[in-house]
Design a protein around this ligand. Structure first.
Ligand SMILES: Cc1cc2nc3c(=O)[nH]c(=O)nc-3n(C[C@H](O)[C@H](O)[C@H](O)COP(=O)(O)OP(=O)(O)OC[C@H]3O[C@@H](n4cnc5c(N)ncnc54)[C@H](O)[C@@H]3O)c2cc1C
Length: 453
């Protein structure tokens, strides 16, 4: 590669087999080969790569583990992919100030384990935690089951070192738990899906590890009752650390894929987890179980950590299990106010029955964040088009209830055509203005968030 500065010390490949590996993510977005892939080792290398891309009219696509559900790290145009597999260091665990500083390629699950070993806790736990990276989590403002009590990635980001389009390294936020100095660039970068800057170092808050955890499953014979239970639990002033929901179709998919003995005749289940001091948890559990009982729910408690881990493995296997129903999953992660979950679930079941296309729902019901999976076969153009058509209806049902198009996956490529359904014209102009200030040439992850058409 040519350029006015040296890239000699940076690992770069233009080999087809490498490019293929970085051409897709976990979404149904159309794959596309980049021109090159680079594996930088530090901010200086990232800065030189960005200057090179700018001089050579290339786009820059930051990539974590490619588990994104909206095509966020899928290349568009003549692209240089920056992959953070060589930036996986946990740089500093500051136990006195309860912060941890990491490189962007650190895997979420590894960070969790290392901090737990020291008695600390990093709550954001996307179901992809075994592979997804902190850089990807920050760029998508990832959530997870525990967000109902502990919040999402944004609530833990204290500072970000990032490289902007002209190759300048900036630092936003800092070491302090509070800050009120000018515009909050750190929070602007969180959730910006690689369209404004490339994160090279991230400082996160951590919490003390809760004393104890109790996990239980509640089975319901009615979708509506399971949704009502979610709102009632929270309004009873108990905040479980997770309230995960699965409908009958999800349960069937798990039992056909990696059976764990879940009953396939129930309409829905809630996976509820409480944490804190043992005496408090016991009291809270009584209240939660009472609420579920009055709605016809039947609860069973996971007796030990092995039983708990099996339940979570089952929950995390829903996504792969669904591919055994149909090869293509049009996955949306809409979010509605909690009290609107029951009616939405009922409407979606009706939509599924009327359209003849299976719509499978599961997700973080405690946040009102339901993963709606429209199962089709992309090789059958008529079926695929019909499934795609249901997306707009889903968004209409969501927005009518005061909800939003995405609770955690972001907009990326797949939701960009629908952004205008939620974001009004003037707000869109302001967002695009911000994008132009950071990235005048539009080289940072183009085609994402804003529909180029
Ligand atoms: C089975 C499964 C379960 C999932 N469960 C959840 C869940 O519970 N909650 C949830 O929120 N998401 C979930 N996801 C979606 C996905 O895991 C998250 O969006 C995650 O944050 C993506 O991380 P990644 O490292 O794979 O990033 P990628 O997919 O590689 O990239 C995602 C976005 O981040 C940008 N990016 C990556 N690194 C950087 C960087 N250093 N600087 C700037 N931009 C960057 C990319 O350009 C892209 O826009 C799930 C996905 C799967 C496959």
């Amino acid at each position: 590669m040519k350029g006015s500065f040296s890239l000699n010390d940076i690992e770069i490949s233009t080999e087809k087999e490498d490019l293929l590996c970085y051409s897709f993510d976990a979404s149904s977005a159309e794959a596309a080969l980049p021109r090159a892939v680079a594996w930088p080792r530090n901010a200086d290398q990232v800065a030189r790569l960005l200057r090179y891309a700018d001089e050579n009219s290339m786009n820059v696509i930051s990539r974590g583990a490619g588990t994104g559900m909206t095509g966020g790290s899928v290349p568009r145009g003549a692209s240089l992919v920056l992959s953070f597999e060589k930036m996986r260091k946990i740089l500093d665990v500051d136990t006195r100030n309860m912060t941890v500083t990491v490189e962007p390629g650190v895997i979420n699950g590894r960070l969790q384990k290392e901090l737990e070993y020291l008695g600390f806790f990093y709550p954001p736990d996307p179901a992809s935690l075994a592979v997804c990276t902190i850089g990807g989590n920050v760029a998508t403002n990832a959530g997870g089951p525990r967000a109902v009590k502990y919040g999402v990635t944004r609530d833990y980001v204290m500072g970000i070192e990032a490289v902007v389009a002209d190759g300048t390294v900036i630092t936003t936020g800092g070491r302090t738990h509070k800050k009120a100095v000018g515009y909050d660039l750190r929070n602007l970068l969180v959730g910006s899906e690689g369209t404004l800057a490339v994160s090279t170092r991230i400082r996160l808050k951590m919490l003390p590890l809760p004393e104890d955890v109790m996990t239980f499953l509640v089975f319901f014979n009615s979708l509506e009752a399971s949704g009502t239970a979610v709102a009632k639990i929270i309004s009873s002033k108990v905040i479980p650390r997770t309230i995960e929901f699965m409908d009958r179709y999800s349960i069937e998919a798990i039992e056909n894929y990696k059976p764990v003995g879940l009953p396939t005749e129930v309409e829905a289940l809630l996976l509820i987890e409480l944490d804190g001091y043992p005496a408090t948890i016991r009291k809270e559990a009584e209240r939660v179980v009472d609420i579920c009982h009055t709605l016809g729910g039947e609860a069973i408690v996971a007796e030990d950590s092995t039983a708990r881990e099996r339940l979570w493995e089952a929950r995390r296997s829903v996504s792969p299990a669904l591919y055994h129903l149909k090869p293509t999953k049009i996955n949306e992660d809409i979010v509605v106010p909690r009290d609107k979950i029951p009616s939405l679930l009922v409407d979606l079941r009706r939509l599924s029955e009327e359209s003849g296309i299976r719509i499978v729902c599961f997700g973080h019901a405690g946040d009102g964040n339901i993963h709606v999976n429209i199962m089709v076969d992309a090789h059958d153009p008529a079926e695929y088009a019909k499934g795609k058509g249901l997306v707009r209806t889903l968004f209409e049902l969501t927005l009518r209830r005061g909800g939003s198009l995405s609770g955690e996956h972001g907009i990326g490529l797949t939701k960009a055509p629908y952004l205008g359904m939620e974001v009004k014209e003037r707000e869109l102009q302001l967002m695009q203005g911000i994008k132009r200030v950071f990235d005048p040439r539009g080289m940072m992850n183009p085609g994402k968030i804003f529909d180029p058409r």
